[in-house]
Design a protein around this ligand. Structure first.
Ligand SMILES: Cc1ncc(COP(=O)(O)O)c(C=O)c1O
Length: 400
């Protein structure tokens, strides 16, 4: 009898780990390594949020809570959805989990049966396909490449839908590309979805507040009220409020789905940390004035990175609407040989040689399902980004 489960065999360890491990090894060996792999803001959680958590501890709010969130937080989430997205949810339509990741996982676990297909535009956040596989569903990746600025077209969505499609996972602005769908682009996708009533929409709005140049963030249930009854609007405090370690994510959706997700959570982790829930309550209800300066800071970094990467030979870097990632295309580098004598056969070879020869750690595109590219997280200082981009330029100039 096998010890490890068949479920485990369906998923692979995160391919990003190889790069991270290699970068850590080189750093430990004394090499000057610049990590551009982190998927989190580089600034600290705002003080008012930390203070709220300390108060919660001092007041003894340290016990089990309702499985899918304290009532005060659910009320604050309802207010957030109404205020920022024009979406009306009642508290029984809200669930709170341990990070945005658990929310998505609960939803897939609560709904996927063998044979159910889940459409995932590629490049995608690494966890989507594996979570679908863990839940017993079938991920259907649809490539949305640089020619459409990494955005799925309505024709592509229409072609990917079958009678077995259960979910369409929508992520705007996106990890790993930063691409954000305009209102008109999202409207066009909604029109397709209206024609297929069996398809549910999982909108992952994690990067909602990180949008630039006055870009207007929109989400499917807001754009098309007729989709409200089959949309799960997912969000969290991790990226907007620099709270990745606190582990609070949430969603609004139809009460029967929310209840089913709560059942999965009740038999796995139970409630998310009570202290973190009080911190999230302050994040949503407290002052929002740090969001705008942070946005500005990220916008400046994006402009810096995009312009410097476009100066690297063989690299094309579109300017994304949001998040803190860029996803340059490196078609012009494939087939060449690095100054260190490494043949650049694919984007994994590019990222490995870049790390070994220049100390810059990026994540290769194959990890996100679309090649040849690499992902840069620009959640670090302009000084560090400038140095990293200079090294990438030198590396690319050395490709022969
Ligand atoms: C697109 C996307 N969704 C969800 C998450 C998960 O966020 P959390 O840290 O709240 O679990 C991430 C984190 O990287 C992400 O990039």
């Amino acid at each position: 009898m096998a010890f490890l489960s068949d479920t485990l065999a369906r998923v692979k360890p995160s391919p990003t780990i190889a790069v991270t491990t290699k970068a850590a090894e080189l750093k430990a060996a004394g090499k000057d390594v610049i990590g551009l792999g982190a998927g989190e803001p580089d600034f600290d959680t705002p003080q008012n949020i930390k203070d709220a958590a300390k108060r919660a501890i001092d007041e003894g709010k340290t016990k089990y809570t309702a499985v899918d969130g304290i009532p005060e937080l659910k009320k604050a989430i309802c207010a957030k959805f109404e205020r920022e997205n024009g979406l009306k949810y009642a508290p029984n339509q809200i669930t709170v989990g341990t990070g945005g990741k658990q929310i998505l996982y609960n939803a897939l676990m609560a709904t996927c049966n063998p044979g159910d297909e889940v459409i995932i535009p590629a490049p995608y956040w690494v966890s989507y396909p594996d979570m679908v596989l863990l839940a017993g569903g079938t991920p259907v990746a649809v490539a949305a490449g640089i020619e459409t600025q990494f955005k799925l077209t309505p024709e592509q969505l229409e072609a990917a839908i079958t009678p077995k499609t259960k979910w369409f996972i929508f992520n705007s602005p996106s990890n790993p590309t930063g691409a954000g769908y305009t209102r008109a682009e999202l409207r066009a996708l909604c029109d397709v979805l209206l024609r297929h009533p069996q398809v549910w929409i999982m909108s992952d709005d994690m990067y909602e507040h990180l949008v630039f140049d006055g870009f207007e963030f929109t989400t499917p249930a807001q754009i098309e009220p007729a989709l409200y009854d089959r949309t799960l609007t997912c969000n969290g405090v991790s990226k907007s409020y620099a709270m990745t370690g606190w582990r609070i994510g949430y969603a609004g959706g139809p009460a029967h789905l929310i209840k089913a997700m709560g059942t999965i959570q009740s038999q796995s982790t139970s409630n998310p940390s009570s202290v973190s829930q009080y911190a999230a309550l302050e994040a949503l209800n407290g002052p929002q004035d740090f969001l705008a300066p942070n946005r500005k800071l990220f916008e400046r970094r994006r402009d810096l990175v995009v312009s410097m990467l476009n100066e690297a030979a063989g690299v094309t870097c579109p300017k994304p609407e949001g998040a803190f990632y860029v996803y340059p295309d490196i078609s012009g580098c494939i087939g060449k040989t690095s100054a260190g004598g490494v043949k650049i056969t694919d984007d994994e070879a590019f990222a490995t040689a870049l790390l070994e020869e220049t100390g810059v750690a990026v994540v290769f595109g194959a990890a996100f399902g679309l090649s040849p590219n690499f992902r840069v997280s620009y959640a670090t200082s302009e000084e560090v980004l400038t140095e990293a981009c200079k090294r990438i330029q030198t590396f690319c100039a050395g490709l022969k």
